[in-house]
Ligand binder design. Structure first.
Ligand code: SAM
Length: 270
């Protein structure tokens, strides 16, 4: 395994990204992830199943925002010959290496780390690696949190698919998150086949969920009811990451015992 680290950001941001990465990662994330691995097991299995089902022709992966890869299955990573990891968190080379490094070394996979904002820097990264496929590893749902501006986040996220035209790429990202009623029986960890049918606004948008066409607002309400949601839920502004008609999988994630997410995973072929 070749390990190379490049840094692009000054010290103040280095410390901020080490601690919390603009609310999206850092030490807080690592401690929480390490303590939650058992509770996340079913969701991690759903992610592994989703990734195993992707037909891959590329041997080079651009892996964006994976942190230590707490939720990533090592066997999927081992399918590549070269992996370039992009994350703003300075702890990533160490912790990703500890979690996945041995297997990747045993398979002689070249692993390179880059500490940089890979969402803003995506056009340059894509130009540098024209043959690679791309996986956004639960990072796009945090763009709104990190920027603190829903409109800018939505515009940035909607534009990504245009930058990625002609590529094999995929993303796992938050769709909704919020509190759940822990007094109720633990909900079933059921996944759903999902497709948006247009890019209309939330009140009129049509989606297909498990083959049934309905309003997005109805589908969203059913998803929240399924996991005993309560209070106001956060919309992560990821509705337009995938083009309409892209087939995706929705999976519940018990992020904390009393705070759950709905995640969406999808893969786009060139
Ligand atoms: C929720 S964590 C990802 C968790 C990961 N899927 C796992 O299995 O542990 C989000 C990660 O994205 C990184 N990140 C956030 N914004 C980023 C950006 N613009 N460019 C690169 N990395 C980013 C954070 O540092 C953090 O490690």
């Amino acid at each position: 395994m070749n390990t190379k680290v490049t840094a692009h950001l000054p010290w103040a941001s280095w410390i901020r990204d080490l601690v919390h990465a603009g609310g999206t990662g850092g030490i807080h994330w690592h401690v929480h992830a390490l303590r939650s691995l058992n509770r996340w097991l079913t969701t991690r299995e759903c992610i592994a199943q989703f990734l195993a089902g992707i037909e891959l022709k590329q041997s080079h992966l651009l892996l964006i925002g994976p942190s230590a890869g707490w939720m990533l299955p090592t066997p999927w990573l081992a399918r590549f010959k070269q992996i370039d990891v992009y994350d703003i968190d300075p702890l990533v080379p160490l912790l990703f290496g500890l979690r996945h490094g041995k297997v990747l070394r045993d398979h002689a996979i070249a692993l390179r780390f880059h500490r940089q904002d890979a969402v803003a820097g995506l056009p340059k990264i894509l130009r540098e690696h024209p043959q690679a496929c791309v996986w956004f590893d639960n990072v796009l749902g945090q763009v709104k949190v990190r920027l603190g501006d829903e409109e800018i986040a939505q515009r940035q996220l909607a534009h990504l698919k245009r930058l990625l035209q002609g590529r094999a790429w995929g993303s796992l990202h938050d769709v909704y998150s919020g509190s759940v009623d822990t007094a109720m029986a633990l909900p079933a960890m059921q996944t759903h086949a999902f497709r948006r049918l247009d890019e209309a606004d939330e009140d009129t948008a049509q989606v297909e969920i498990n083959g049934q066409q309905q309003l997005l607002s109805t589908a969203a309400q059913n998803l929240l009811t399924q996991i005993n949601a309560q209070g106001v839920w956060l919309d992560h502004a990821t509705a337009t990451v995938f083009a309409p008609h892209t087939q995706t999988t929705l999976m519940p994630w018990a992020f904390k015992p009393n705070y759950w997410h709905w995640l969406e995973a999808g893969w786009v072929k060139p």
